[in-house]
Each structure stands twice: as C-alpha cells, then as structure tokens.
Ligand binder design. Structure first.
Ligand SMILES: [Zn+2]
Ligand SMILES: [Zn+2]
Length: 269
C-alpha cells in the first residue's frame, strides 16, 4: 500500500462517516438542497483533484524528496529528531496557511476566488473541498515554495496533507459536538462550531477564525471569536452577494471570480 492508497482510504472513510453522522443529527438547520450542494461540491472536488494531478502530480511530496536528497531547506541544516521535525513541519505549514487565509480575505483579487468557498449556503463535510480550481492551484504553488524553504521529510509532508484533509472535512461538518468536548478541543484545535463562525454572513465574523487545524494562531494574533452574535443554529451561512441557489450552480462557481459582485463584496477591515 502506498501513500496515495492510504490517503484515499482515509479520505473516503472520514467522508462517509461524517456524511452518515450528519444525516442522522444536524447541528445547524439547512436552507439549500443537500443533494444539489453535494453534487456541486463533489464535482468541484473532482475537477480540483484531476487538475492537481495533471499540473503538479505528487509535487508537494516530490519537493520534500528533492530537498532531502540535496540537504536543502532549514530542517535539513538542523539535525532534529524525527518526531520534532514532524511536529515543527505540521505546525509551521499550518501557521503559513493560516496567514495565506488572512491574505485571501484582505486582498480583493484573491477574495474573488476565495468567495467560492464562502458562497455555500449550508456547511457540511463536502464544503471542505469547495474551492475554485485556480485557488487550489495557487495554494499548491505556495505550499511547494514553503516545502522548498523548510526542507521537511517526505513523511512529514504526507502526514500534514492527511491531517489537513481530515480536518477540512471535520471542521466543515454539520455534526453536533457536546459543548464540553467542543470547548476542550478548541483549546488547541479548530472545531466545526469555531469554523462555522468564519462562514457567517456578518463581515466581522467572516474575518475571524481563519485557522485550519490549530486554533492557537487565531488566539495569538487576535483573530479569534469565541461566539457569533447569534446562537450557533441561527448563524446565517454564506456571503451577502450570493444568497440565491441559482447563483451558485457549478458553472456559476467557476465563473464567480469574473463577477463584479465578488469585487463589491470584497472584505476589508
Ligand atoms: Zn475564508
Ligand atoms: Zn471553510
């Protein structure tokens, strides 16, 4: 079994488990059709997976092999134990994609693409992969640059990608976690309730809780909101410019960066 098979198995296992849980018991009431949204989000996921394969192949792990063989990158200079290198890689990459997330909210040109992710009117396990293909390609280029500078082991990169993939599904899922468990997890990790606030139509709430895996960056840099203005089940999910399902068809999402509304709705603090 190679890395790709393990990754696919993990993805499918987590996806169907969360999908099943969500269908039994939901945290947040839905406003859009679930089959419609699943069809759109999964079609977008398929396009993104195929595009990543075609353009980059296994380039993120490939970049890690490249730096390991040549002794390039910060971590290849420091001779750290494997467990510490793994921890540093996961934390460093998580912090850097937190910063990237802040930037795609603040820079109007990038928001045109990122708004596709925020235009989902409900959140569920499939929302975690709803990104415009060009944002996905840009993110991969950024990640390869980070890996070349850091020089982590290929294993650490595979672990980071698997964690990010599993957490994207978990943090977007509509499962109700007991409040105490949510509070305990949130000390370190991002939870579905924490990320739902990031998907609120309220601008101040959209511009908060940027974290993907660890909640500590939001706390440290002052972008953390514990609770939305409204109670969790009443949070209105989405963005002001795209309230109607007919605006967010599959084709509508692909062409969204061209819309003037995307620009008008750019979020600046
Ligand atoms: Zn965002
Ligand atoms: Zn999200």
């Amino acid at each position: 079994m190679d890395f790709n098979q393990i990754r696919l198995g993990l993805f499918l296992g987590i996806f169907f488990l969360l999908l099943l849980l969500e269908s039994f018991v939901q945290k947040h009431p839905t406003v859009d059709s679930k089959p419609r949204r699943l069809g759109i989000n999964l079609s977008l996921t398929a396009v993104n997976v195929i595009l990543l394969r075609l353009v980059f192949g296994g380039a993120a792990v490939g970049a890690a092999y490249f730096t390991s063989e040549r002794g390039w990158g910060l971590l290849n200079y420091l001779d750290l134990p494997a467990w510490l290198e793994l921890g540093m890689t996961v934390a460093f990459l998580d912090f850097m994609i937190y910063l990237q997330h802040v930037l795609v909210h603040m820079i109007p040109f990038f928001w045109r693409f990122h708004v596709v992710h925020h235009s989902d009117l409900d959140l569920d396990v499939s929302s975690g992969f709803r990104f415009h293909p060009l944002e996905i390609l840009g993110s991969m280029l950024y990640k390869i640059g980070l890996i070349l500078a850091l020089g982590p082991s290929p294993f650490a990169v595979v672990v980071f990608e698997a964690v990010l993939n599993g957490m994207a599904q978990f943090t977007h899922s509509n499962i109700p976690l007991p409040e105490k468990l949510d509070a305990a997890l949130r000390r370190i990790f991002v939870t579905p309730d924490m990320h739902r606030i990031h998907h609120s139509v309220e601008v101040a709430e959209t511009n908060s809780n940027y974290g993907f895996n660890l909640s500590i960056w939001d706390r440290m840099l002052g972008t953390y909101i514990v609770q939305a203005k409204k109670p969790q089940p009443e949070i209105v999910i989405g963005v002001g410019a795209y309230r109607r399902p007919e605006q967010t068809t599959f084709l509508g999402l692909l062409t969204m960066p061209l819309h003037d509304t995307a620009q008008a709705d750019a979020r600046t603090q």
